[in-house]
Design a protein. Structure first.
Length: 370
């Protein structure tokens, strides 16, 4: 077990960091095992092994001319931040045992729903990168779980193989073209998020048996988070880089595995995390029609680059803001959402104004109504 009293969770959540040493990764990043360089067998159920695979992907899927200094602009940091959050919050440990804040185990429990779902975003991603020649192939330990025979896991490998060999390769090529470079990252994320959704869909069946072992509250939050991903896809969330998380914050995902007791504790001591949990509960309960309507809402809003760039502030205010802040932001957001966004919509809007103007002139300006 390890403990890291130096890490400031509050600052990591809200953002404004200026140094890598302030991030969640700092305590172990330089001490991760060199499993790739030394061609060791990978233990998929070891936290540091998963993180080491991620570190190697970061360092070997484009250089600093593409991802900036120390690759801080790479999209994969967001995935590793999720793995770190699951580790710190006890979601990689035995789901039937109480959570003890401040202690983490490197050994990942086989019954963890979160750990199984995360396989598709770490181990499967690395295996796919190896298949396309981006990184060296590594053997997986079969002592705990034979992933070679896991259908969902193998589907995840195929999903990522298509991404590495298609969208990602094309992105690297576009970054060398000054005419394409500026909009390249938006195009990459538009093709990344559907893959993310495919990974979740492929992983959920295999994790079904683990749902029965979880506290009901944490399961509801987890399934709600799966729905949240579809909303992030709709708004083409482009802030998964470490640079973005340091600036805007990693967000207020519950720092404790949820059950009735921890939910009550969060309500008293960490209100933002409690609010986030309730929001994810609602997403879990939302009907498919409601989810589609929400996706349409965010898709229309992020049609405007100014709003897309301002999404961290918008989401924070709509979720955690005061009543006045909420109403003010929602009013402004709705104005963008109902604004015409295509030639057809502009034509319809112009026709509406013409008809409305004619009616207004007839009844309120012309004396014929008297």
């Amino acid at each position: 077990m390890v403990s890291n009293p130096k890490f400031d969770l509050a600052n990591w959540q809200k953002g404004g960091l200026t140094s890598f040493s302030q991030t969640c990764f700092a305590e172990y990043w330089d001490d991760l095992p060199r499993i790739v360089e030394e061609r060791e067998t990978v233990d998929p159920y070891d936290f540091r092994h998963r993180m080491a695979l991620g570190k190697y992907i970061l360092e070997n899927s484009g250089d600093e001319t593409v991802w900036g200094k120390s690759n801080f602009r790479h999209w994969y940091w967001g995935y590793l931040a999720q793995l770190d959050w699951q580790w710190r919050s006890g979601r990689l440990s035995d789901p039937t045992q109480p959570f003890q804040e401040g202690t983490r185990e490197d050994v990942i429990h086989l019954d963890s729903w979160w750990a199984y779902m995360n396989l598709g975003f770490t181990v499967a991603m690395y295996q796919a990168a190896a298949k396309v020649g981006l990184v060296p192939e590594l053997k997986l330990s079969k002592s705990k779980m034979n992933l070679e025979k896991d259908e969902g896991f193998q589907q995840c490998v195929q999903h990522w193989e298509g991404f590495w060999n298609g969208p990602h390769k094309e992105y690297l090529a576009e970054m060398s073209n000054p005419d394409l470079k500026e909009a390249a990252i938006d195009r990459l994320y538009k093709r990344l998020w559907p893959v993310h959704s495919d990974i979740i869909s492929s992983s959920l069946p295999g994790a079904k048996v683990m749902e029965k072992l979880m506290p009901e509250e944490d399961l509801r939050m987890g399934l709600g988070w799966c729905h949240m991903v579809s909303l992030l896809e709709a708004m083409n969330w482009v802030l998964l880089s470490l640079e973005a998380m340091m600036k805007f914050g990693a967000g207020y995902l519950p720092s404790r595995r949820l059950d009735q007791e921890s939910l009550a504790w969060l309500k008293e001591h960490r209100r933002e995390e409690h609010t986030t949990a309730l929001s994810l509960f609602k997403l879990h309960e939302a009907t498919p029609g409601t989810i589609e309507a929400m996706k349409g809402f965010w898709r229309r809003l992020t049609y405007f680059k100014s709003e897309r760039d301002n999404m961290p502030s918008i989401l924070h205010t709509l979720t955690h803001g005061t009543g006045i802040e909420f109403v003010s932001t929602l009013t402004r957001v709705l104005a963008f959402v109902i604004s015409p966004q295509s030639t057809t919509e502009w034509a319809a809007f112009s026709a509406f104004l013409a008809v409305a103007g004619g009616i207004g002139h007839y009844y309120f300006i012309s004396p014929t109504w008297i």
